[in-house]
Design a binder for this molecule. Structure first.
Ligand SMILES: CC(C)(COP(=O)(O)OP(=O)(O)OC[C@H]1O[C@@H](n2cnc3c(N)ncnc32)[C@H](O)[C@@H]1OP(=O)(O)O)[C@@H](O)C(=O)NCCC(=O)NCCS
Length: 207
């Protein structure tokens, strides 16, 4: 890893960041991707946290990004517990697996903790996120919304930012509505970028 800076995203970065996210996620989880449109929509969502919307810059180019949203756990005892969720997080394809992802994630989690947030929960691959202190959310007693009992929830991860924040709490985590987008809206938005081939590849989890 060579010289890089991490700073807040600014309005002037929006298009470059969307392009970066598109490049980073393209054909990874499905043919093409939707995350560049998701980020485009999320910035206008009331749950979006501009103080936790980061980009990573190297030689005047954006090479990574991460963002957070507010959401809740609906606890089984009736309480509503404020938590964060995260993503999209992406690193430019040429620089994946060189430590940049961990660097921006560690930095942004530290900033989230400084702001006083108690825990972060989201969907991801434990192979990467365990390096940044995440564990299965089930270990904290938190269930993923709309998942049938007994279904595999190993994609659902959690990290406390305040140690013990989730002690004594069981309940259901809610993904903010803003993450759900229509495929047709994604298609339209994607047409505003240079054409890119959608490929069906092994390892993708959606059609
Ligand atoms: C996932 C992503 C952000 C990780 O960033 P990165 O810079 O590539 O990862 P790092 O080099 O910091 O990884 C640190 C460690 O995490 C692990 N790791 C990283 N990516 C992994 C993956 N996809 N699967 C399993 N383990 C992974 C590795 O052990 C790695 O160390 P190693 O390369 O020495 O073995 C990046 O690869 C990316 O943008 N991927 C495409 C978009 C995406 O999937 N975003 C996350 C959606 S939840």
């Amino acid at each position: 890893m060579s010289n890089y800076t991490i700073r807040l995203e600014e309005k002037k970065d929006y298009r470059e960041v969307e392009n970066l996210v598109r490049e980073s996620f393209w054909n990874v989880y499905r043919p093409g991707c939707s995350e560049h449109y998701v980020i485009h929509v999320l910035r206008d969502d009331p749950a979006f946290i501009p103080e936790l919307d980061f980009v990573m810059e190297q030689d005047g180019k954006l090479i990574g990004q991460n963002m957070f949203m507010k959401t809740v756990i609906e606890a089984d005892d009736g309480r509503i517990i404020d938590v964060l969720t995260m993503g999209p997080i992406g690193i430019t394809p040429e620089l994946k697996r060189k430590g940049y992802g961990k660097a921006i994630l560690d930095y942004s989690l530290e900033k989230a903790a400084e702001m006083g947030f108690g825990a972060v929960l989201f969907e991801g691959n434990i192979g990467f996120y365990s390096h940044c202190g995440f564990d299965y959310a089930s270990k904290f007693g938190i269930r993923y919304h709309d998942l049938p009992e007994g279904a595999d929830a190993s994609f659902f991860l959690c990290r406390e930012l305040i140690p013990g924040y989730l002690d004594g709490i069981t309940g259901v985590y809610q993904t903010p509505k803003g993450y759900y987008v229509d495929d047709s809206d994604v298609e339209e938005f994607d047409k505003t970028f240079p054409p890119k081939e959608k490929l069906k590849l092994p390892g993708q989890i959606f059609d």
